[in-house]
Design a binder for this molecule. Sequence first.
Ligand code: SAH
Length: 355
Amino acid sequence: MQDLRSAGEEEMIETALSLGEKAFRGRQLFQWIHGRRVQDFHEMTNLPAGFRLKLQDSFRVSGVTIIEKQVSRRGDTAKYLFALPDGNVIESVWMKYHHGNSVCISSQVGCRMGCSFCASTLTGLTRNLTAGEMLSQIYETQRETGERVSHVIVMGMGEPLDNYDNLLRFIRLLSDEKGLHISQRNITVSTCGLTERIRDLMRESLSITLAVSLHAPNDEIRRRTMPVAAKYSMEEIFAVCRDYFNATGRRITFEYSMIRGVNDREEHARELAERCRGMNCHINLIPLNEVKERNCLRSVDPDIERFKLVLEKYRINVTIRREMGSDIDAACGQLRKKFLDQAGCNPDNPEEVKR
Ligand code: SAH
């Protein structure tokens, strides 16, 4: 059955026409699904009953269902474990900031990038999420909290640029003025640095923020934690990031997860700073969220502070990520992994998930 939540307005118009309805019925359908975020065709009361029945027969509006919600002690972060229609499980994080509410969404079930510190990749890639499934994570957290989402970050489970077409469809629907209408400036996509895809993205005329996961000052150290570093050198990544800025005018964010004894020395900070010279970028230092299956440790606070000071001496914009929700398994893929372990589930066969 075709999923309408991934469809754009033009496609809904075509659907209406193909079912013998006028074009404006397609526009109404879009308004219901993305403007009012209704899933059940029966609730779409201004559509003729016959049309609704036909839709019911051949289409569905995909959604996610909450399996579990964990709220941090301070109440400013909530982690959702969601079930997809096929029984797969993903997670999203809702965060309350003074400037509004952000949702961090997953782009794939699992991930195939294999970073050695990350929980999302432990079970490999199961499948890509559709645009509708990415949107549903935002629609559902907004419905459940009753609070408007203003910022979206694609930094949950998965490598978004490894699911490129669905990601683009998602961004366009999310920023559609007839949908949730989230400004593209408030959408951040994080990638481990798939340079060909960054070049494609550059040509899409989007004003989103691109975040690139570096986690190292040079290729040698990067290859120790990120298998993808064997394919793309830091030189290539920096070249594409410079081009991205020149083409879009959007400042790049570099993410740098701080792993004790691996990438957190003063000389690493200097080497990183040298690479960023003359570049309009922002570095986000992330204290590693330790994952029990991984033997990487979080850098100690004085080392993180010192790293930041060195970068500041080079006049680089740098922040240390606030550790929201570390008490609720907020690192990518952690909550899902725990759920799969408890359910005794074989990740290659999600049907086995016991509810
Ligand atoms: N595939 C995308 C999105 C991953 S999640 C990417 O690689 O960018 C967003 C960020 O969190 C990435 O920088 C990722 O490397 C980092 N990350 C993953 N697991 C982490 C952990 N346990 N602690 C700290 N950062 C982590």
